[in-house]
Ligand binder design. Sequence first.
Ligand code: HEC
Ligand code: HEC
Length: 473
Amino acid sequence: MITTNVPTQLGLLLCCLLSTTLSASEDPWSEKAIKNSVNASDYQGTLERNQLLELIEAGNQLFSARFTTDDGVGRPMATQAIIPTKRKRPPRNEFSRTAGLDANACSSCHNVPIIGGAGDFSVNVFVSEGFQHSDFDTTDPQFSNERNTNHLFGSGVVELLAREMSVTLMQQRTQALADAKNQNKPVIQALNAKGVDFGSITAHPDGRIDTANISGVDNDLVIRPFSHKGVMTSLRQFTVNALNHHHGMQATERFGTRWTDTDDYDEDGIAQEISAGDVSALVAWQASLAPPLAQAPTDTRWLEAAKQGQQQFDSIGCADCHRTYLPLSDLAFSDPGPMDAAGTLRYGETPNTVYDLSLLAWAETLEKDTNGDYKIPLFGDLKRHVIADQQVAALGNELLSQRFVERNVFMTTELWGVGSTAPYGHRGDMTTLREVINAHGGDARDSRDAWKALPKDAQNNLIAWLKTLIIKL
Ligand code: HEC
Ligand code: HEC
């Protein structure tokens, strides 16, 4: 495989020569799943439509590729931790449903109702960032948080929304600091992005920020839209994590020589397992998956029920968190993105690559609001909330906090696609929508109590409506 971060012309030349040699020597019956590694330098700047489609197709193949030991599957001397972390000794079994390797392909888990989708309970992941208990061999919740697979449709626009919201919040912080300095007194600044309230900060004239009243987002004001917990920044970051965690496939941009001083950090005998271009292809494919739009049922009884159900959903406060839509100003997806930080390629560090998602057929199906922004009907707010309390505790089932986020706090699940992605809840242990709605406690308690108080018919209508939010086959 090829490194792509080569600074000189000579380097580029060498790299391309090497790439031809490698792919030419790969037999058609080779047991490698990655027959040709993607060369990032072939994809720079704003990609033309055909280039973009080519990269997406490469990502499509990688997402379903059943990686093998010839590709570099396995991490005998590295844990699943996000920061490259050595093991003391190789594990007895390389594959294990608990600490991983736990699957052969991304699509082994993301396949309900189609590839790129959600996952059955049987492919749950035991998430432990791996510092304390990297080699746990039990499903006991003291060692890991058990999570159900979420679907990836619309994830490109989700990341774009998060980026725009982060920029807005940071501008509010900058403004508050300037105001505090000019007025020479503390300034309380409300934090609000796209109509979603994230609490407030107090800026002091000497440049200090009091963060105690920030709510639903990290103190650095970066919206992290991915994972049930809302703690992962980008598709790129998630992809590099997932490749290592599930498959022991290590991306050069995190585990390579530049950072770890070796090109075979996991000591499995295979160097440079995943190139920056391969990661980009996976990101481009995921970002290109169509946002699921509500599908009007042909059954007129269902149609009527769904119409009433949606009104009910708004009137009992479900839409306070599951926002009908968030406005997005731009469909240009740069990869790496502006919020990508340690552990992946970073914005400005490499020639900038942009996937213009408006070139994709689904972009035309997005409505626009009066400001000319795309209405992204995600039924989410990209904010974290307390979702369990003393009485309604089922979703407070985790014992480990993750990245300093409390155990009973989760990001509002985007409900687009929810009609196609049972089971429900972050652990995937609820088989019906009714069960997971009943399980809303904490900040959602009032809304959930209002749902509980609805007559049976009205509850059924609400479910009829949720069942129109499907992933199109
Ligand atoms: C063993 C099952 C499994 C495999 C294999 C797997 N995933 Fe996932 N994926 C999950 C689970 C479970 C989550 C939710 C994790 C969480 O909330 O902490 C998830 C979440 C994600 C997310 C975040 C989506 C969101 O909206 O929050 C992305 C992106 C993702 N996976 C990409 C990948 C890629 C790329 C691969 C292959 C390299 C992959 N996954 C392989 C189970 C899997
Ligand atoms: C305070 C914010 C908030 C309110 C209000 C709220 N939800 Fe949620 N919702 C969440 C969060 C957070 C989750 C993720 C729960 C988890 O899995 O940990 C969620 C998850 C869900 C899910 C599960 C999705 C899946 O794929 O697992 C459904 C369905 C749902 N909500 C419907 C509703 C309905 C219907 C209402 C109104 C009665 C409602 N929600 C009110 C925040 C909210």
